[in-house]
Design a protein around this ligand. Structure first.
Ligand SMILES: O=P(O)(O)OC[C@H]1O[C@H](OP(=O)(O)OP(=O)(O)O)[C@H](O)[C@@H]1O
Ligand SMILES: Nc1ncnc2[nH]cnc12
Length: 170
């Protein structure tokens, strides 16, 4: 069984011209769900990770599972005005528009080794904005870890010098 068999292409979502990679079939199948967790965990370098940062919304499925496996904390990065305490924020471009993300200003301690996790690396705008926030707070991004990388959008170019790993590449 290949986890890529559980990724569904949805044409013209959320906008015309976008082929959306839908991970819900993967999440919904108990064997594929577990296998993807194992693969994502195996991709992580053998470095003690202090926190896993997961990006709303689809970075919240595997982010906490990876944190548990790595004996690390979990930090949510959220869309604007969702986090209750003091935040830092960053505007960014993504494949189908622009948006803002926020994280709590005390979520990362200087020197923390951080695993950034999300479901999809597309143009890289989202991950680059989050990596910049992690570094602004003094954290070190050990790896940017994704279920899917859309290689043809060259998201890695927005993450120069970062270790990038994905379970599936298109
Ligand atoms: O590499 P990029 O071009 O920046 O795109 C990748 C981002 O786009 C999607 O999130 P989306 O903004 O659609 O939010 P959602 O997870 O809340 O649906 C995806 O989950 C990544 O976070
Ligand atoms: N094509 C795509 N499918 C799923 N998530 C995405 N995020 C950005 N582009 C995407």
């Amino acid at each position: 069984m290949q986890i890529s068999d559980y990724i569904r292409d949805v044409q013209d979502f959320p906008k015309e011209g976008i082929i959306f990679k839908d991970i819900t079939p993967l999440l919904g199948d108990k064997t594929a769900f577990a296998k993807a967790e194992e693969i994502l965990y195996t991709l992580v370098p053998e470095v003690a990770i202090d926190v896993v940062v997961g990006i709303e919304a689809r970075g919240f499925f595997y982010g906490p599972l990876l944190a548990k496996r790595l004996n690390a904390g979990f930090v949510p990065v959220r869309k604007p005005n969702k986090l209750p305490y003091t935040t830092i924020k960053k505007e960014y471009d993504l494949e189908y528009g622009t948006d803002v993300l926020e994280m709590h200003s005390d979520a990362i301690k200087p020197g923390d080794k951080v695993l950034l996790h999300d479901d999809v690396l597309a143009t890289g705008g989202t991950a680059a904005a989050v990596a910049a926030m992690i570094e602004e707070l003094g954290g070190e991004v050990v790896q940017c870890n994704f279920i899917i990388e859309l290689d043809f959008l060259n998201g890695r170019s927005k993450l120069p010098g970062k270790h990038v790993a994905a379970a599936i590449t298109y």
